[in-house]
Design a binder for this molecule. Structure first.
Ligand SMILES: [Zn+2]
Length: 424
């Protein structure tokens, strides 16, 4: 299988890109090789496709279902009630919708944490993108639940081998306020023994920090350091309330941090992400959307804009988090965090890339690609998406998209009907 992209703009120059199997084999001014698929690069720019560092894909089903509520009411009366009624089939439908939305907005890899692992894995396998998928591990400090969760995870790890190499099994201990110390230690050991990533929420709210200080006599990252949880395989999401000392501790252990600017602002976490301090410390920072009930979409370009504007606003400094850096958070930094051979369009890299439609009014006149994409563009500017050497979207068309939308709609309304019946 081979793809030849003719005359596409790459880093400001017209190039041909030749893809064989799942790799970018050659990039040159002119390539005259025959290919199974030829794509015209006229008025198009080639970019690495995006890496969504933190999401709960199937939450697309709850998009717009409950907004503008107090956090606790929102969780207890709406989200948890609906989630309690979800089946593996619901998760599959929701995750498929998420994959569709990601493809349509230029994302080909996401880091997920949600219920019914196999539902999400099936969707990813079918839709042709990549994902690191964890099952939510929550034991609420209950020994019996902890044992169950450990067994479920060990079994899923074995079964995950059946899902092909675009699906990566990871561990997902939810957070320090939902998972016991014993389980956190188990996750750290199991991940080390099997070379797995650990996906965890960390320091999202002030309450989390205060409770940890009360209970453990130290801050969340310090507590995780003390119990031997931190390491280069840990993907810590949010990190809004990290102290300077904690930032240095994360750097020391090589922990990767994922920033979710839109979710943080929507859920009113009360502080701006300490981007400058993390960057100065040399921590790898990538970008995530979080789930669709706290965002409410999966558009990484929109996230880049919010990330940049939040820092400018917070520091009263127009030079804070420039467009190009925001773009790198969603591409090369993500690849680094998840150990992927992509995040740049270059020879030898995985053929995971997107073509941007330069005929879009919001990208015209087009002085600077990064300014245009981050400050003016949106996911709708993506024309073509290639992942693992396969065209997943051409001319903004994805196979079966109407069916995926129809089934997700049916699934979501049916779920809410079941949830509201049981709720009286
Ligand atoms: Zn989350």
């Amino acid at each position: 299988m081979s793809i030849l992209i003719k005359g596409v703009t790459l880093d400001g120059h017209k190039k041909d890109i030749f893809i064989r199997d799942n790799l970018i084999q050659k990039i040159d001014d002119s390539i005259n090789l025959s290919a199974n698929v030829q794509i015209s690069g006229d008025y198009k720019a080639a970019i690495p496709s995006f890496i969504n560092g933190h999401t709960h894909a199937a939450m697309t089903l709850l998009r717009g279902y409950a907004d503008d509520m107090h956090l606790q009411d929102w969780l207890e009366k709406k989200i948890w009630v609906a989630e309690a009624h979800m089946t593996e089939e619901d998760i599959y439908c929701g995750a498929r919708l998420a994959c569709l939305e990601m493809i349509k907005t230029g994302t080909t890899f996401f880091n997920d944490m949600y219920w019914f692992w196999k539902g999400t894995a099936r969707a990813v396998q079918e839709m042709g993108i990549r994902a690191a998928i964890s099952a939510v591990f929550i034991d609420f400090f209950d020994k019996k639940k902890a044992k169950e969760q450990i067994e479920i995870n060990m079994k899923l790890f074995e079964e995950s081998r059946n899902f092909g190499d675009r699906v990566t099994f990871t561990l997902g201990p939810h957070a320090i306020y939902t998972v016991s110390e014993g389980s956190l230690k188990w996750a750290a050991d199991f991940a080390r023994d099997h070379g797995l990533l650990i996906h965890v929420h960390l320091s999202e709210t002030q309450e989390e920090v205060e409770n940890c200080i009360r209970k453990q006599g130290m801050r969340p990252a310090e507590y995780l350091g003390k119990i031997g949880f931190l390491g280069p395989n840990v993907i810590a999401c949010h990190g809004v309330w990290l102290s300077h000392k904690e930032i240095l501790l994360l750097k020391k252990h090589g922990v990767k941090v994922v920033h979710n600017p839109i979710s943080n602002m929507k859920l009113a976490v009360g502080k701006a992400f300490p981007y400058e301090r993390l960057k100065t410390a040399g921590v790898t920072i990538s970008l995530g959307t979080d789930g669709c009930s706290s965002n409410n979409n999966l558009d990484m370009l929109e996230n880049m804009k919010f990330a940049s504007l939040l820092q400018k606003y917070h520091h009263k400094d127009t030079t804070a988090l420039p467009a190009r850096e925001a773009f790198q958070m969603a591409t090369i930094n993500g690849a680094k965090a998840f150990g992927l051979n992509c995040g740049e369009v270059k020879e030898g890299a995985l053929a995971d890339l997107a073509l941007i439609d330069l005929q879009r009014p919001e990208l015209t006149p087009h002085f600077d690609l990064y300014s245009d994409l981050v400050y003016s563009g949106n996911g709708g500017c993506v024309d073509t998406v290639i992942c693992d050497g396969k065209v997943l979207m051409a001319n903004r068309r994805v196979e079966n998209e109407e069916t995926i939308l129809e089934e997700a709609r049916r699934c979501a309304f049916d779920l809410i009907k079941r949830a509201s019946h049981s709720n009286g």
